[in-house]
Design a binder for this molecule. Structure first.
Ligand SMILES: CC(C)(COP(=O)(O)OP(=O)(O)OC[C@H]1O[C@@H](n2cnc3c(N)ncnc32)[C@H](O)[C@@H]1OP(=O)(O)O)[C@@H](O)C(=O)NCCC(=O)NCCS
Length: 122
């Protein structure tokens, strides 16, 4: 059963400007070590990071009223490239143990979009 949905669109240039202005302090505030490690392998670095950012925002919307910061929603890719989401905040992780968080990401040069669906586990 679907219990929440969320969508977000992120401007790649805006994210790029923030990274160029604030550097690692911005990156470390928004992305986890694993996400940054994953991003280093990408030719399309900024669209990729914008996709991650959009996915985090989409997960916030789908989860509703849950206290989380951007780094507590980790978005990685499986061996086939499919994105998946992990909640890293202990308290919320416990609350989210009965749900599955499904995400999908798409990006072009200037925009990245993502949506998230929360389903109740069987
Ligand atoms: C996966 C695929 C649909 C991506 O489409 P695209 O138009 O090139 O790119 P988009 O910008 O729309 O989507 C890119 C995002 O799709 C997601 N993605 C990649 N592989 C995926 C997969 N197998 N399933 C679902 N989502 C996938 C990723 O989140 C990726 O962004 P990220 O790598 O920055 O996280 C396309 O490459 C495809 O059809 N591939 C064929 C299947 C395939 O190659 N599978 C991998 C086998 S090793």
């Amino acid at each position: 059963m679907i219990i929440g949905t969320g969508v977000d669109i992120t401007e790649v240039g805006r994210l790029r400007k923030a990274i160029e202005k604030w550097g690692m302090s911005f990156l470390n505030r928004v992305f986890t070590k694993e996400e940054l490690k994953n991003a280093k392998t990408r030719l399309n670095l900024y669209p990729h990071l914008a996709g991650r950012f959009a996915a985090k925002e989409a997960v916030f919307k789908a989860l509703g009223n849950v206290k989380l910061n951007l780094k507590e929603v980790q978005i990685l890719n499986d061996k086939d490239g499919r994105p998946y989401c992990e909640i890293l905040n202990g308290e919320t992780k416990d609350k989210a143990k009965d749900v599955d968080i499904l995400i999908s990401i798409s990006h072009v040069k200037n925009y990245a979009t993502a949506f998230a669906i929360i389903t109740q586990k069987d």
